[in-house]
Design a protein around this ligand. Structure first.
Ligand code: CO
Length: 136
């Protein structure tokens, strides 16, 4: 059985979703297919299809948002790599046993109809990793 089945999307932190949308519409040649705010996470997102994967742009909605803090520290750019999983709880348990710290102990509702969980970037060589499973 495959644990992480494919790269579901790449998350990219932007200061302005409007400017990010315009830039990625130019790069990819297509507009975003959806825009969605996740108030609990302090982000506004937009999604672009790229073949079988996606680009997620993330803009902070307030100064305490994790995206605002990320941009403050590291600037705009690649924020996380999201892997699709069929059974997020099983993968969370497996990776936790492997010694990875989970940023949320239970799957939480993410953008684009997903259950998501993040792994601590200090345990993954500096890249924030998101696991995501379709909410169906
Ligand atoms: Co994401």
């Amino acid at each position: 059985m495959e644990h992480l089945t494919n790269i579901e999307h790449l998350g990219i932190a932007v200061k302005s979703l409007e400017e990010g949308n315009a830039l990625y519409t130019k790069i990819l040649g297509i507009p975003p297919y959806k825009q969605e705010a996740i108030e609990a996470e302090g982000v506004r997102t937009s999604f672009f299809k790229v073949g079988s994967t996606k680009i997620e742009l993330l803009e902070a909605t307030h100064a305490e948002s994790p995206i605002a803090k990320f941009i403050e520290k590291r600037g705009e750019g690649l924020h996380h790599v999201a892997y699709a999983v069929d059974n997020i709880k099983a993968e969370m348990a497996r990776l936790s046993l492997e010694g990875f710290r989970l940023l949320n102990a239970e799957p939480k509702e993410g953008a684009d109809h997903k259950w998501v969980c993040f792994l601590h970037p200090k345990d993954t060589g500096g890249t924030l990793i998101e696991l995501c499973q379709d909410r169906g």
